[in-house]
Write a protein that binds this ligand. Structure first.
Ligand SMILES: [Zn+2]
Length: 372
């Protein structure tokens, strides 16, 4: 097993749930402490409270991975006679770092929204609202035919030519390249001041914009010419499309009241608030962990019969009623499903990498409400 530092642990986490998936303005990332140290235990929690930090200390955790960013708005002070200041003081005194993964974890495949959709046993789960994509780029490079297959292989290894469930995609056309080496040149083929003609292949590949540096590096390293002729374009097409919320179907339609009961059982909550008539038929379900007040129109347009979301406002509930969308509100704390979900996923990834690091779900409930 390999001893790892905080940067390696976070890099592994971000290979699954990158910060770029977060919605604009969401303060994700490192909130407290630093990562340049050995990490053997990580506590996974929905919120960081003083009790949660004490749990981290007890479990010898050097890092807390939290869903709700503890410093959401800029702080005006860190007074240790306030709960927030005390929590920060405790982390710093015990050298515990805090890293927040919020909407990027909602969006990530297998993240909070997928965990909720799977817990509700939805079928054919898709994204409710697309919030992220990467633009594609295209490269056309001219290479002697004798070197073309090696270059194509290296471009594919660098991530070029991935389209859907296919890799190593490329297109080639054969032609003639011409050039005249001048004083100071060091040509792989040809003589000084003589016009040269070479049988060349034009190799075209597409790739996600984030792979540009890797792909160009591979092209320069594995091309025989000192001056590589190539064209590079930004494309309109998109790849790696991700989004927030999920929508899926029940295996068979049930009444709204039966569905509400199912939510209680499957998401392990003591009560739910329900908007809509009890006998309304539910087939298609939209789900968005946390506060999904903004998504009622979106859920309705996507064909959902019901939206499962927390923190439903009085007037939004009235709007939902007006547009004929049922809503089941199991509370915001339902997102605590991420504690086990993230721990399981990260422990699997650490095992694959042989990292000596364990993710532990917090056993402390951060639900502030009691229901009488
Ligand atoms: Zn939340």
């Amino acid at each position: 097993m390999k001893t790892v530092n905080g940067h390696e642990v976070i890099q592994l986490f971000e290979s699954w749930s990158p910060k770029s998936f977060a919605l604009d303005g969401d303060p994700v990332g490192l909130h407290i402490g630093q990562l340049n140290r050995t990490i053997s235990n990580v506590l996974v929690t929905l919120d960081v409270t003083i009790e949660v930090v004490q749990e981290a200390i007890k479990n010898n955790c050097q890092l807390i991975l939290v869903h709700h960013p503890p410093i959401y708005r800029p702080l005006k002070n860190i007074r240790t006679d306030t709960p927030a200041g005390k929590m920060i003081e405790l982390c710093i005194k015990h050298d515990i770092a805090v890293y927040a993964a919020h909407t990027n974890l909602d969006v990530a495949p297998g993240g909070v929204n997928d965990l909720l959709a799977e817990a509700l046993q939805l079928q054919d789960i898709t994204v409710l609202e697309q919030t992220y994509f990467e633009p594609m780029m295209k490269l056309a490079v001219f290479v002697p035919t004798t070197d073309a297959s090696r270059l194509r292989e290296e471009l594919a290894r660098a991530g070029a030519g991935q389209i859907g469930q296919y890799d190593s995609c490329s297109f080639s056309a054969i032609g003639t390249g011409r050039f005249q080496p001048l004083e100071g040149a060091n040509p792989a083929i040809g003589q000084m001041n003589q016009l040269e003609e070479v049988d060349e292949e034009k190799v075209e590949v597409v790739f996600a914009a984030s792979e540009k540096t890797r792909v160009l590096k591979a092209m320069f390293e594995h091309h025989p010419y000192e001056e590589v002729a190539f064209d590079l374009w930004n494309l309109e097409s998109k790849t790696n499309q991700q989004g927030i919320g999920r929508i899926g179907s029940l295996t068979e339609p049930i009444s709204l009241d039966a569905f509400a009961q199912k939510v209680k059982v499957q998401l392990d909550v003591p009560f739910v608030r329900v908007v809509g008539t009890g006998y309304a038929e539910i087939r298609k379900v939209a789900v968005l962990g946390g506060d999904g007040n903004k998504y009622i129109q979106k859920a309705k347009r996507a064909g959902a019969d019901v939206l499962v979301t927390g923190d439903l406002y009085f007037h939004v509930a009235q709007d939902a009623q007006t547009i004929g969308l049922s809503v089941v509100d199991p509370g915001h704390h339902v997102e605590s499903i991420m504690k086990a979900g993230v721990s399981n996923k990260m422990n699997r990834l650490c095992e694959q990498k042989k990292y000596n690091c364990t993710f532990i779900p917090s056993s402390i409930s951060t639900e502030p409400f009691r229901h009488l």
